[in-house]
Design a protein around this ligand. Structure first.
Ligand code: DPN
Ligand code: ZN
Length: 311
């Protein structure tokens, strides 16, 4: 039992009951310390402190670079370098894709986990730039940290998903989804059609969040998020943020999209959107929702629970 508690698993309970009921002769739980694995999503339970540590790094990067991480400013490049170095060390295939906007160079960071069917890609992304007014911690170090920590969890698990997992951090979102539009526009049609779903994480750490907003144009993708939150007894509401974040660049290319948000806050696009503007527990739930979706949609097999006959 101890082992299962390491995993957040919305479906495990149901699957386990089914498995137990179907055991021959009604041999049951108490005499079976570790039942055989059942089909279920067993995503890791990622400590909130992990994503908070990344958010703290983005705060420090802003502090060392005139207080922001905006397109065309040194704090943006330092943010991209931070993300890329973590991914490189974790075994991802990474790309720093440059583009020009308003006379300044911007970058997208793209990372592929080199496992699973390369023709079926599940994509998680977030914008990495802030506005010039502040460090952009809820908007959007929160999403950037959640997606980064999910990627690192995939690496720690040495995951062997059925589908390919790709992660993206977009530049110049605040100037009109510039980085994600550039990425999608420069994908050859054959590459674009490999992307089966795109999940967006923008503003996912706001303090005092009790209800998560889920936006989706796909029943399956939206249900993946709501089933995670339901398993944690957390409320969700369907929202529509239309073209306000990077999912729109993918949706416009005919890709199924969804995303979650804690919503904005009084410090939205201001100087006070700093590390004190987000809450650890909120970051933890958002990160684990991202991980759950990655595990489920890419088809990462559950940790096989070894069968041990009762002594
Ligand atoms: N984070 C907002 C921005 O980048 O300006 C967009 C947004 C609004 C995202 C509302 C989620 C919810
Ligand atoms: Zn944003």
């Amino acid at each position: 039992m101890k082992r299962r508690s390491l995993f957040s698993s919305a479906a495990l309970g149901v699957g386990l009951v089914t498995a137990l009921l179907s055991l021959p002769g009604g041999a049951l739980a108490q005499s079976t310390p570790r039942p055989a694995a059942v089909a279920a999503v067993q995503s890791p339970d990622i400590p909130a402190a992990n994503s908070m540590a990344h958010a703290q790094q983005f705060q420090s990067i802003a502090a060392a670079n005139s207080g922001n991480r905006a397109h065309g400013k040194p704090g943006y490049r330092a943010s991209a370098d931070y993300v890329k170095s973590k991914l490189d060390a974790a075994g991802f295939q990474t790309t720093l894709q440059s583009f020009t906007h308003n006379g300044a160079t911007g970058w997208n960071v793209i990372a592929d986990w080199p496992q699973g069917d390369p023709n079926q890609i599940v994509f998680l992304g977030s914008h990495l730039d802030s506005v010039p007014a502040g460090p952009g911690i809820n908007d959007n170090a929160s999403g950037s940290s959640s997606v980064l920590e999910t990627a690192l969890a995939v690496s720690r698990a040495d995951a062997k998903p059925t589908k390919r997992l790709r992660f993206g951090w977009w530049g110049a979102e605040e100037l009109g989804l510039i980085g994600s539009k550039y990425y999608v526009a420069n994908l050859p049609a054959a590459e674009r059609s490999k992307i089966k779903s795109y999940l967006n994480f923008d503003m996912v750490g706001a303090k005092n969040t009790k209800t998560w907003g889920v936006y989706t144009d796909s029943t399956t993708l939206g249900a993946t998020f709501t089933e995670f939150f339901r398993s944690k007894n957390i409320a969700t509401k369907g929202i529509n943020i239309s073209g306000r974040s990077d999912h729109a660049s993918f949706k416009n290319a005919g890709i199924e999209v969804s995303g979650i948000t804690s919503g904005d806050d009084p410090c939205y696009h201001s100087k006070c959107d700093d590390i004190n503007n987000i809450e650890s527990s909120v970051m933890g739930h958002s990160t684990n929702a991202a991980a759950y979706a990655a595990w489920k949609l890419a088809g990462i097999p559950g940790q096989a629970l070894p069968f041990r006959p009762a002594a």
